[in-house]
Design a protein around this ligand. Structure first.
Ligand SMILES: NCc1[nH]cc(CCC(=O)O)c1CC(=O)O
Length: 315
């Protein structure tokens, strides 16, 4: 490769950090690149909750257009923000090794540790998140709490938490840890299942750009690519959409694939979950079908009714 690859990125600190990681990894393979900053609609409107913006891929479509017009060669995304169906002409070129997948609570006020577990005595605490997945899981565990919306990039969200009288706000650990902004007053929500592909970074490029695809393939992390594929299959087969109260996590450890997924009603009162364990050397076609199969299992157990109610509410 003797040209300089143009890497498209949003201009938030996290997005630039992720694009720079890709640039550095390419450089390690002697592939030169430069960053091209592109504002997405999701960055311009920092107030409206994402599910109200109503367009799929609010963070990705501006970069898709830049790719298709040839202004950039590849785009770097937080994979969980990428709709499960990619735009026509655009393909997944690589998935980098996953960082932390966990959600954390940046906490304030009455939280304290009791028998090794973080608890809060205030039954009517206010917790901030604009993710309906986090909201549903939180209300399932703390039915009396109230959820407030919290939009914006990582930095503006942290500032809003500091300025508020909320008892906490939920963030992806990966987003804060990457830019070294995870506050000391935070703890991991190890009972909460993350969004499909949370903590993973995806590179996309034009379908016909053989040389770019070849370059990006050098950065692909096979286990992360498989796990995120299963998680996204689960999401797509259950419902699709980018803001849904659906979580999924696949992990490969000690030669075992562990897949967990769930779906909640919007108020958190109903929940269906599934868990599958397979030897990692199971036939590839069976392994690759794990996410779909898990989704079909839940649909057969009544998830279809939960999905129907979520759609009916306008998501
Ligand atoms: N939807 C916003 C978004 N997209 C990716 C991340 C963090 C990094 C990641 O999950 O990969 C975040 C912030 C958050 O959820 O707190």
């Amino acid at each position: 490769m003797n040209r300089i690859l143009k890497i498209g990125t949003r201009d938030s600190e996290l997005a630039v950090w992720q694009a720079t990681l890709v640039q550095n990894q390419l450089a390690a393979h002697n592939i030169q690149s430069e960053l091209v900053y592109i504002k997405s609609d999701g960055d311009i409107d920092l107030v409206t909750p994402l599910y109200e913006i109503g367009v799929q891929g609010v963070f990705t479509k501006t970069l898709d257009a830049a790719l298709l017009s040839g202004r950039i060669d590849l785009a770097v995304h937080s994979m969980k923000d990428v709709p499960t169906g990619l735009a026509k002409g655009i393909v997944q070129a690589a998935v980098l090794q996953r960082a932390s997948y966990i959600d954390i609570l940046v906490h304030k006020g009455e939280w304290h540790k009791q028998n090794g577990e973080w608890t809060i005595n205030n039954p009517t605490a206010v917790i901030a998140t604009s993710s309906i997945r986090r909201k549903a899981q939180w209300l399932n565990r703390f039915p009396e709490h109230r959820i407030e919306n919290l939009r914006g990039n990582v930095n503006t969200r942290l500032q809003k938490v500091a300025d508020s009288n909320w008892s906490g706000a939920i963030f992806a650990a990966a987003g804060l840890e990457r830019i070294e902004k995870r506050p000391a007053n935070s703890f991991e929500l190890n009972w909460m299942l993350p969004a499909a592909a949370q903590g993973a970074i995806m590179i996309v490029c034009r379908e016909e750009a053989a040389d770019t695809k070849e370059a990006c393939a050098l950065l692909n992390h096979a286990d992360t690519a498989l796990c995120t594929r299963l998680e996204r299959d689960f999401l797509r087969t259950l419902m699709g959409g980018c803001s849904t109260p659906i979580s999924a996590l696949a992990q490969i450890q000690n030669n075992t694939l562990l897949f967990r997924g769930n779906i909640f009603s919007l108020d958190g009162k109903q929940m269906l979950e599934t868990q599958v364990e397979l030897p990692a050397d199971t036939a590839p076609d069976i392994l690759a079908n794990t996410g779909n199969k898990a989704a079909l299992e839940l649909l057969g157990k009544g998830a279809d009714k939960i999905v129907e109610a979520i759609r009916h509410a306008g998501y």
